[in-house]
Write a new protein. Structure first.
Length: 122
């Protein structure tokens, strides 16, 4: 696997940005414009995948899971994908749609904790 993404993924990512889920919209409102001190990209190609939100400087991805992530095949794919990205040094944190929609502040606290863990000390 290589770190750069195939060109077709960039077009697909663009389409995903045009049609975000409710949870993606809510979280993006909290992440955009470096509100947490780091830059996040949404629906960003990394290697052979598109991650929901990605901070390149920290190699940190946030994934939002809807109901289909409970399906066995999707769950197995998510685990395979997480392993691949982990081998590239990327930390993934996952949230369910319901967590974002019902307790966005707790989600932000957990994201801030991960940012602090991955931010180099000066």
């Amino acid at each position: 696997m290589f770190f750069g993404a195939p060109p077709y993924l960039f077009q697909y990512a663009k389409e995903l940005r045009i049609h975000p889920t409710k949870a993606e919209k809510l979280l993006w409102e909290k992440l955009k414009n470096k509100q947490l001190g780091v830059k996040f990209r949404r629906q960003h190609p990394v290697a052979d995948y598109i991650v929901d939100f990605y901070c390149h400087n920290l190699k940190f991805a946030i994934e939002i899971d809807g109901g289909y992530h409970f399906v066995k095949d999707q769950n197995e794919y998510d685990q395979y994908r997480a392993k691949d990205l982990s081998e590239l040094g990327i930390k993934i944190i996952r949230f369910f749609n319901s967590q974002i929609e019902n307790d966005i502040e707790e989600v932000i606290i957990k994201i801030k904790q991960q940012i602090a863990l991955r931010t180099p000390n000066p």
